[in-house]
Design a protein around this ligand. Structure first.
Ligand SMILES: [Zn+2]
Length: 314
């Protein structure tokens, strides 16, 4: 396979099996530290996939189809890191576009900090839901087929989107045209160096981590390289979404929790009824502190679940 960043050939493979047992290789370029799914879907096939089948398999509850309302409600509490990292770029005169806005959970938070927030998602049910819920304009088609004008946005965001696209180099180039001079691009993707796959020996997690809808697996190095080649200057932040209980569950059982919400929320201990308040509050406080400290450690070591890039056009 030819690496999309350095254009050199590689035969190295990170895995030969994906989530659900599908036998497909993920190739790896060690010069760029990027994983690449060994499967060629055309742009049209991908669009069709995200308009339909995707949400039947990518659901907050493993094994159950989902809908925009459920997506919105499960993800709405977990947008703080994104808002916090973008804060200094926001303002009442700014126009923001989110590509891959899903049911609008980020738009809902961000709309009050900017002049206008607009979303795009190929899943038209989600795009419609987001528009209704957030009072934002949304589109369910390619940006080139909308009435949006080039050089009209101060900020363009794509969260958990770049790893799905046909070609990330083309993707960034297409959306860059819609940024004003000096505009900001914010990208969040899963981290190829997530502790669960990079640091711990968890064979089942490894099969779970690599899956058919992720065409690209970025690390800090490859994401920086892509953005630099695309004409941006910026930095990568390491953010951890899953909590320490979720990781302990993986470490001990090597299997996922049945639903992602408890793993993303603050860790919760179930106490017996009528237990003394002192025990309850001190243990809870300890657990929250432990979780914060674990997440900070993962971030220092750059082995968090997600990497977040913010950069400006050079
Ligand atoms: Zn390469």
């Amino acid at each position: 396979m030819i690496c999309i960043l350095c254009k050199k050939h590689t035969n190295d493979v990170i895995t030969k099996e994906l989530r659900g047992g599908e036998k497909l290789p993920v190739f790896y370029c060690k010069r760029c530290d990027i994983g690449m799914l060994g499967q060629e879907l055309s742009g049209e096939e991908l669009k069709k996939y995200y308009a339909g089948k995707y949400r039947k398999i990518a659901s907050p509850r493993l094994g159950f189809a989902t809908n925009p309302k459920e997506l919105f409600e499960t993800a709405i509490p977990f947008q703080q890191d994104r808002v916090r990292l973008l804060k200094k770029h926001l303002g009442k005169n700014r126009r923001l576009l989110e590509v891959g806005c899903s049911a609008g959970m980020f738009l809902w938070h961000i709309r009050k900090y900017v002049k206008e927030a607009i979303g795009i998602d190929y899943d038209s049910r989600s795009a419609k839901f987001a528009a209704r819920k957030c009072g934002c304009k949304t589109y369910d088609k390619d940006i080139e087929r909308t009435d949006l004008e080039k050089k009209s946005f101060d900020i363009i965001c794509a969260f958990q989107t770049l790893e799905h696209v046909k070609n990330p180099v083309d993707f960034i180039a297409r959306y860059k045209k819609y940024l004003k001079p000096g505009g900001v691009m914010a990208i969040e993707v899963p981290n190829l160096r997530d502790a669960l796959v990079y640091a711990y020996d968890l064979p089942n997690h490894k099969k779970f981590f690599y899956h058919i809808s992720h065409t690209w697996y970025f690390s800090q190095k490859s994401l920086q390289k892509l953005m630099k080649q695309s004409g941006f200057r910026g930095e990568v932040f390491h953010i951890q979404d899953y909590n320490i209980f979720n990781h302990i569950n993986w470490i001990i059982n090597d299997k996922p929790q049945p639903s992602f919400s408890p793993g993303l929320a603050s860790p919760v201990v179930n106490f017996r009824k009528n237990i003394e308040l002192k025990i309850k509050s001190e243990i809870s406080r300890f657990v929250i502190k432990m979780d914060e400290s674990y997440k900070n450690k993962l971030s220092d070591l750059k082995i968090t679940s997600n990497i977040f890039y913010i950069g400006r056009i050079k």
